[in-house]
Ligand binder design. Sequence first.
Ligand SMILES: *Cc1c(COP(=O)(O)O)cnc(C)c1O
Length: 410
Amino acid sequence: MSDALLARARELDAADPLAQYRESFELPEGVTYLDGNSLGALPKATRERLMHVVGQEWGSDLIRSWNPTDAGGDWISLPQRVGAKIAPLIGAQANEVIACDSVSVNLTKLIGAALDMRPGRKIVVSEPGNFPTDLYMIQGLDSAEQRLANRDAMLDALDEDVALLLLTHVHYKTGAMYDMAALTKAAHDVGALVLWDLSHSGGAVPVDLNACGADFAVGCGYKYLNGGPGAPAYAYVASKHHDAFRQPITGWMGHKAPFAFSDTYEPADGVSRMLAGTPPILAMAALDCGVELMTEIGMERLVAKSRALSEFFRTAMAEHCPQMRCVSPSDPAKRGSQLSFYHEEAYALCQALIARGVIGDFRAPDVLRFGFAPAYVSFADAARAVTELADILETVSWDKPEFKQRAAVT
Ligand SMILES: *Cc1c(COP(=O)(O)O)cnc(C)c1O
C-alpha cells in the first residue's frame, strides 16, 4: 500500500468525529465495504432488537404485541413511528413521512395520486437512464403518459400538459444530484406536481423537502438507512396535500378505521392513507434500528464526513489510478455519497477487487461504483481500495476468466 496515502488516511481517521460509530456496525475483518449505497451494513443493535421482537414480542406476547405491551409491542404504529424518525433526515415534518412497502409500490401510489390531482393532464416527465423501476412504474399505469427529457433539456419538457415531474434526486449510476429547489419551482410554475426519489439521498446528502416545497417523495430503506435486505421503503406527502390526495392501492391498513371492517373504503387521515396491507414487523423493526443510528449521528455530521471521504478518494484515484475516468461530478456539493468510474473492463475490475476483500459494485455496462456510507466507512478503507485497484490495474490481474463470469445479481 502507498505509505504516504495510508499515513494521510490514518491522520484523517484519528480526527474523524464519526470514527466511533464504526463500532456500531458488524463489519467483517478484512473486508473494505464500499457498497453501503446498495445494501447498508448491519447495525449491532439490529441483531438484538430482532431477537427481542422474535423471541418476546412474537414468541411470547403473540398477537397482543400489535398493541403496546410491557415488552414494547405497539406494532401497529411502527410505520408512522419509523416515518417520523426519517423525517428530520429529509427536511420533513414527523406527520409527513411513513415507512411502507417498496419504493416501486410507493411510486405507483404517488404517481396515481398526482394524476388524480391534475385532471386533464396525463404526462409524467422523467429522464432516460433513470433508475429502471421509476420508469417501469410510469409505464405500468394506463392513466400516465411518459415523456423523457435529458438533464439539460428538463426545463423545456415542462409545460401545461404535465401532471408530474418524477426524478431521482441523486442518480444511481453517476451520483449526479439535481437542484431540488429549482426543479420543484419550475414544475410548479407550469402547474405540475413533483415526486422525488430519494433512494440515494436519504441519510447521505442534505435534503430539505419542506424548504423546496416538494409535493411527494419516496426513498429506500436498505441503502444508507441500513434497514436490511428488502427493508420497507418510505414515502413523503407534503401536509398541504393531506386532504386532497388519494392513492390507488386502497388497502385496509390505509382505511380510516381498519378494525371497523366496513364494506366501503374511506381513507385514513394524512400520510397514513399510504398504507395498503399489514406492515412486515420484523423488517420494520430492523429499519427502525438503522434509522435510529442515522438520526443519532445527524445529517450535518453525515454530510460533512461523506464529502471529506469521497474527496479523499477522488483525489487519491486521480493520482494512483489515472486510467479510471471519474463520471461523477467533481464538486462534492453536486453529487451523492458515491463516486463512479468508467472503464471498459469495469466488471472484471470489480470482481478482482472483491477477491481481495474490497467490495464496490458494477453498474452495466461499464461503470465501477464506490459508495461512501459516512457512518462506518473510514479513510483507511478508501486508501486501501485505491491501492488495491492501482495494483490490479498495474499487474493486469483482472484479466482472468473467473473475473468475467457474470452472476445473477451484479
Ligand atoms: C434502490 C432504488 C430503488 C429500489 O426500489 P425497490 O422497489 O424498493 O426495490 C428505487 N429507486 C431508486 C432510484 C433506487 O436507487
